[in-house]
Design a protein around this ligand. Structure first.
Ligand code: AMP
Length: 116
């Protein structure tokens, strides 16, 4: 179910290097190459899902695993108590740039609202 044209599928199969934070059966968490906060980790499903708008009811388990991994990332990065932000970008206005579902885990600084 990997897409050879997809950057994050290529990270998942080891063709493109990444800095691992956590790995689970259905998900992989790695550091964002261009961090927007002291903690900036991406959590991706191992199966190729293009974006959050393409999720179907049968993806419920992998989605739950992504959020569980995100919490474990927050714990291992030391921001579970201070707080963290989870972001899913969908489409051009949200500046979604990689067409493989990914949950941004951001923390380690006070963040503004609404996002810019
Ligand atoms: P989005 O804008 O939501 O599609 O987020 C894509 C994210 O992937 C951006 O924050 C990029 O900095 C990050 N990114 C792009 N290429 C890589 C890479 N090779 N390794 C780690 N993060 C990457």
């Amino acid at each position: 179910m990997a897409d050879s044209d997809c950057l994050f599928c290529r990270i998942l199969n080891g063709d493109v290097p990444s800095t691992e934070v956590l790995s689970t059966t259905g998900t992989y968490a790695f550091r964002d190459v261009n961090p927007a906060a002291p903690v900036h980790v991406l959590v991706v499903p191992r199966i190729h899902i293009p974006h959050a708008g393409a999720l179907r009811a049968e993806d419920a388990l992998v989605l739950a695993e992504m959020f569980s991994t995100a919490r474990d990332v927050a714990a291992s990065e030391g921001v579970l108590e201070s707080g963290y932000r989870l972001v899913l970008n969908v489409g051009d206005d949200a500046l979604n740039s990689v067409p493989h579902l990914h949950l941004h885990v951001l923390g380690g600084r006070r963040m503004g609202w609404p996002p810019g």
